[in-house]
Design a protein around this ligand. Structure first.
Ligand code: SAM
Length: 216
């Protein structure tokens, strides 16, 4: 199964994926380097994931996208902007651009992940799991799975232990934030596994159709 992992970070959602061929896109070269060390078999593109999606969406069986969430975050808006002097910003519309783009153009399976926003989502999400919303073209089942850790107050060692990453040797400047940005690896696996089942079914149906044509 060929998977495109957009806005890859250090690979939280990707951590527990096995037996898939992954292309990851990350803009920050320091994060891309950390990702490359952890997932040396993945193809890593240091560049703009938004443009990469537009240019390459036809090449994959499953696309995962985690566009930047800061401008949608209720913590940023309701605590930092309102009480701590953080500047207000426009919500980043790439989130909705990608959902609409994938919904109307992609033939493959896809899931877009983001935080629960401070406003009513402009497009109704298809699933809400842990602290994330998901928009997708396949059903993501509910899961009892809890996040390994309460992210907001967690410090680097607890985050590393819970997520299964060790950033000790890395020169990432804002390790705590980068770790906090990670999707829980078990949740990433839950979604990949669901997509895989749907994809295997699609492959089977398309083979049966081809064989049927051959016989007729
Ligand atoms: C929410 S984090 C992704 C977390 C990741 N899904 C995980 O589970 O570890 C978003 C990432 O997108 C990266 N990013 C921001 N703008 C980008 C762009 N235009 N193209 C590619 N990556 C970008 C950031 O550097 C950050 O690492």
């Amino acid at each position: 199964m060929k998977v495109l992992n957009l806005y890859a970070g250090i690979g939280g959602n990707r951590k527990n994926w096995k037996n898939v061929s992954v292309t990851a896109v990350e803009l920050d070269p320091v994060l891309a380097e950390a990702y490359a060390q952890m997932f040396p078999k993945d193809v890593i593109v240091v560049g703009d994931a938004h443009q990469y999606l537009l240019d390459h969406y036809r090449e994959f069986d499953f696309i995962w996208s985690s566009p930047p969430c800061q401008s949608h975050s209720s913590f940023r808006q309701n605590i930092c902007v309102r009480f701590r002097g953080t500047p207000a910003v426009y919500p980043d519309m790439r989130l909705y651009q990608e959902i609409l783009f994938l919904r109307h153009n992609a033939g493959c399976l896809w899931a877009v992940e983001n935080v629960r926003p401070y406003y009513t989502p402009l497009i109704q999400p298809d699933a809400a799991l842990q602290r994330h919303l998901f928009w997708s073209n396949f059903e993501i089942p509910e899961s009892e799975m809890q996040a390994g850790i309460k992210i907001r107050h967690a410090q680097i060692p607890d985050l590393e232990e819970s997520l299964g990453f060790c950033l000790k040797g890395s020169n990432i400047p804002n390790k705590r934030q980068v770790l906090r940005n990670c999707v829980d690896p078990q949740l990433g696996l839950h979604i990949l596994n669901t997509a895989k089942i749907v994809w295997q079914e699609k492959v089977k149906i398309s083979k049966t159709r081809k064989n049927g044509k051959g016989v007729g």
